[in-house]
Each structure stands twice: as C-alpha cells, then as structure tokens.
Write a protein that binds this ligand. Structure first.
Ligand SMILES: [Zn+2]
Length: 157
C-alpha cells in the first residue's frame, strides 16, 4: 500500500473524462493496488472520498469513506436524483484550503461495481449522497468550484 501524491487544481487530468474500467481487468494487480493506494492516500489526507484522477489515474474509480469504512465505486452511474436539493459546505483534497457552499440533490441512487466486482445499487441521503456526487463529478472532470454558490473559506488563486 502506497500513499500517492494528490494532484492539485490546475492539473489537466482533473478536467478529463475518466475512462471506464474494463471489468475483465478488475482482478488485475493494477486495479487492486490502485484501490489499496486510494484508501491509504485518502486516510492519510483525512478525506471522506478520493477519486482516481486525483492521484493521476484517469479511470472511473473512487473510494468513499462510509459509516462502515472505505468502499470502492467502479464505473459508477447516478441513476436517480431527488428533485429536492440541499446546500452544504464542501472542500476537495485537490483544492486545499478552499471551502464553499454547493447545492446538490438531497438523495441519489447510484449503481456501481464494488471491489469484489459485484454490481450494486445504493440509495444515499445526506453526507453520503453528497460524497457520491462529488466523487462521481471528479470522474467527469467536474470540480465543486464549478458548482459553488459561495466560497466560505480560502480563495481561488
Ligand atoms: Zn474532490
């Protein structure tokens, strides 16, 4: 397990659409070590989520630190969003020191492959719904500062 360097705002990879993971390659050492490294890097950085592009890998993979610990989402899709929205403060490990208020759907249903290559569908509310959306945005080259209503801490250079 290796703590990898988190790439920062300005790196082109953060703005790229990440490639889907070939499910036949899920069992390869590359993906397994990527998942382990993402967990280690997220924990080291005290984050609640981390997407592969943030460590320089343009693949549709992210780790979310849920209530029962970190879990992987691979090739995730938001299949349902509530019409009701919520505003809450967000930050991003790739944009250190900057926080702001972001409006997002309050509830989402996400389908994804887990680390055991099983297809899962999960409904989420509150913080978990927000983290799912923030991380899936990363896989599409979108950052929270694109959606921020107001910066609350720090400032964008
Ligand atoms: Zn982020």
């Amino acid at each position: 397990m290796t703590v990898r360097t988190i790439v920062k705002l300005g790196a082109p990879i953060l703005r790229r659409q990440a490639a889907p993971v070939d499910l036949n390659s899920l069992k390869t050492a590359n993906i397994e070590s990527l998942l382990k490294d993402l967990v280690a890097t997220m924990i080291e950085a005290q984050g609640i989520g981390l997407a592969a592009p943030q460590v320089g890998v343009s693949l549709q993979v992210a780790i979310i630190n849920g209530q029962t610990g970190p879990f992987a989402i691979i090739n995730p899709r938001i299949i349902k969003r509530s019409r009701q929205t919520e505003v809450a403060e967000e930050g991003c490990l790739s944009i250190p020191g900057v926080f702001g208020l972001v409006r997002r759907p309050a509830r989402v249903t996400v389908s994804y492959y887990d680390q055991d290559h099983q297809l899962r569908t999960r409904a989420a509310v509150g913080l978990l719904a927000r983290v799912f959306q923030h991380e899936i945005d990363h896989l599409n080259g979108i950052l929270f500062i694109d959606k921020v209503e107001r910066i609350t801490h720090g400032r964008l250079a």
